[in-house]
Design a protein around this ligand. Structure first.
Ligand code: NIG
Ligand code: FE
Length: 408
């Protein structure tokens, strides 16, 4: 019996990313889908029927590279205002930590985010998601964490979900309950951690506003014990965890995330061998964020060789945020992961597709294969390495999400 597709692209250079390594390259390939699901991805000669009989609409892409839709698995793209003033201060020698301790940093964005109406927050945040989409991102994770009270955290998460509906892309939301200590809880750390863990988290979960939780475990943020308390509450509610771990110092964050079977631990510049091994055992993904490494002019790279040796899957994300990574291009993050951390272009592409999907707990995307979501990108490129190679501007020619072509 002939399976019919709604759409069929012919003469593709497919990078399927299926299998554990390699691009999964198929030349002279076709990809077809029905509804939102791929029904064929393989060599044209293996098509079960003539294109006209097999698909309602078929067209050649003349050898263009086709990949899974990119997945940006770590962003903070919903926020009010910007922090270009801190960029200037850092260029004059102030450190990120010093700015944060003086009440700037995350707390300055908290003030702007609390002050913004929901409509204004959407208006400010939408172009950032649009920029990612324009260069091939069809799934984006968005964290809260600039509210630090229930009302504003929920406002951020609602805006994130609305961005997905408005643009036609998938948005996964993460409740970043422990990001910074807000002024009204100064000297009341334990009360803040209790409120975030026992009141706000259940409310967010009850409103079905979060797919996962996250915390910032760092000297200038929260201790491993505080993060553990928060994670225990998440576990009780059945929400998976992610962690900002070992970015500026080694507090054992990678091992902590692994102890909770974390979907991922993110940043990881200071992660040691024990942390890498714990992640390998737990199957947690190492999310690399070269944008913040670059913007903060960090010098210590995450333990890439250790991740490879122990088989820890690596993902690459923008960390798009107003302080440490005002980076609106996942492809540029891929380029930086190669240039700054030594990833291969193949690891970078897997890190922005298959492994990024895994860091979000999404088994239905990130590779091009029968039965997976029809999220795919046709590129102005022929070789997969070009995606990490070209710097600046966009390279995506056409973007399909859930089978629908999105306006450029
Ligand atoms: O991922 N590390 C904590 N959160 C962000 C920075 C947030 C900010 O400075 O606004 C990050 O780097
Ligand atoms: Fe982050």
């Amino acid at each position: 019996m002939t399976v019919r597709c709604d759409r069929l692209l012919l003469d593709c250079t497919l990078a399927t990313l299926s299998g554990d390594s390699g691009y999964g390259l198929v030349e002279h390939a076709a990809i077809g889908w029905r509804g939102g699901t791929i029904v064929f991805a393989g060599p044209m000669r293996e098509l079960p029927a003539e294109p006209e009989a097999f698909a309602l609409a078929s067209e050649s892409v003349h050898g263009a590279l086709v990949t899974p839709g990119l997945v940006d698995c770590h962003t903070h793209l919903v926020f009010g205002g910007e922090r270009a003033d801190e960029f200037e201060q850092r260029l004059e020698g102030a450190s990120y930590e010093a700015i944060a301790r003086a009440g700037g940093g995350i707390l300055s964005t908290v003030r702007a985010t609390r002050a913004a109406s929901e409509a204004r927050l959407l208006e400010q945040s939408l172009p950032r998601a649009q920029a990612l989409l324009r260069d091939g991102v069809t799934t984006v994770e968005v964290k809260s964490g600039y509210g630090l009270n229930l009302e504003t955290e929920m406002k951020m998460l609602r805006v994130a979900r609305r961005i997905g509906r408005t643009l036609g892309i998938s948005v996964r939301t993460t409740f970043l309950g422990l990001h910074a200590l807000p002024p009204e809880f100064a000297d009341r750390r334990a009360d803040f951690v209790a409120a975030a863990s026992d009141e706000w988290l259940p409310a967010v979960a009850g409103g079905r506003l979060a797919d996962a939780v996250d915390a910032f475990c760092e000297g200038i943020a929260f201790t491993p014990e505080e993060a553990r308390r928060f994670f225990e509450s998440a576990r009780g509610l059945g929400l998976p965890v992610k962690l900002h771990a070992d970015q500026l110092s080694n507090l054992g964050g990678a091992a902590l995330a692994a102890a909770f079977d974390g979907l991922s631990a993110d940043h990881l510049e200071w992660t040691d061998e024990a942390g890498v091994e714990a992640m390998a055992r737990a199957g947690s993904v190492a999310v690399l964020l070269p944008g913040s490494f670059y913007a903060l002019r960090e010098t210590r790279s995450p333990p890439i060789a250790g991740f490879r040796e122990h088989g820890v899957p690596m993902a690459v994300a923008t960390d798009l945020n107003p302080g440490t990574s005002p980076l609106r291009s996942l492809r540029l993050a891929m380029n930086m992961a190669c240039t700054l951390f030594g990833l291969t272009p193949e690891e970078a592409l897997r890190g922005a597709t298959a492994n990024a999907a895994r860091a979000l707990g999404l088994g239905d995307r990130g590779v091009l294969a029968q039965g997976r979501r029809a999220d795919l990108v046709v590129w102005h490129a022929r070789r997969p390495a070009e995606l990490a190679y070209w710097i600046g501007d966009t390279l995506a020619a056409r973007v399909f999400a859930g089978g629908a072509e999105l306006p450029a």
